[in-house]
Design a protein around this ligand. Structure first.
Ligand code: FE2
Ligand code: FE2
Length: 208
């Protein structure tokens, strides 16, 4: 199992579920409500699980992938994007299913989520693939899927995070139990990247 593959796969599923909504009969509001309810829970859980299990490890060992200036910048940006997605999901949840207001919020959620997934795949997943051990990638995937399965039926209460404070707190935190376990199994030291070489970068003029 590999957390970068799990996240990538869930992104593909999110794209597919937005596409299903777009092609669904506009008159079937009961169906639209059911489809959206499932997708809204999925989006919230996916972001929260990333914030609990993936980003704390990336902050420790990342070096900024592709067009990211640094690991701090790429993670701050991701947390900011998650807040924007939560805002749009919340607006859709509060609107009458099928109304103009509802569709606007659903489309906004799709736009924010699509932009975010592209960046997350290019910067965060790419960075992690180059820096994390396979053992850590496996252990995070298990914790991530476990958390999502536990809350899949009822969802969670969405909670915005302050991006700067989130990164600072994770930078200062001691190595997580997951990192320590993976390091023990690898015979290495937690908090150290598996590969000393920094992640590969885009041309400087493409960097944000
Ligand atoms: Fe994601
Ligand atoms: Fe994300």
């Amino acid at each position: 199992m590999d957390i970068t593959e799990i996240i990538q796969h869930q992104h593909d599923e999110q794209r597919r579920q937005f596409a299903v909504l777009e092609e669904w009969s506009r008159d079937d509001t009961e169906g639209l409500a059911a489809l959206w309810g499932r997708l809204a829970i999925f989006l919230e859980l996916h972001a929260e699980a990333e914030e609990r299990y993936f980003y704390p490890e990336l902050v420790k060992i990342g070096s900024g992938g592709a067009d990211a200036e640094s690991v701090g910048e790429e993670v701050e940006d991701a947390i900011h994007d998650h807040n924007e997605i939560r805002d749009a999901v919340g607006r859709a949840n509060a609107a009458k299913t099928g109304s103009d207001e509802w569709w606007t919020a659903v489309v906004d959620a799709n736009v924010h989520n699509s932009n975010h997934m592209g960046e997350e795949e290019r910067q965060d997943l790419g960075d992690f693939r180059q820096r994390a051990s396979l053992q850590l990638r496996h252990d995070i995937a298990v914790a991530f899927l476990r958390y999502m399965a536990q809350h899949a039926a009822d969802g969670i209460t969405p909670k915005d995070k302050d991006p700067e404070k989130y990164v600072e707190a994770k930078e200062e935190a001691p190595p997580t139990a997951l990192a320590k376990k993976a390091a023990r199994q690898d015979g290495g030291v937690p908090d150290e990247p598996a590969d000393d070489a920094p992640s590969k970068k885009s041309s400087p003029d493409l960097q944000e």
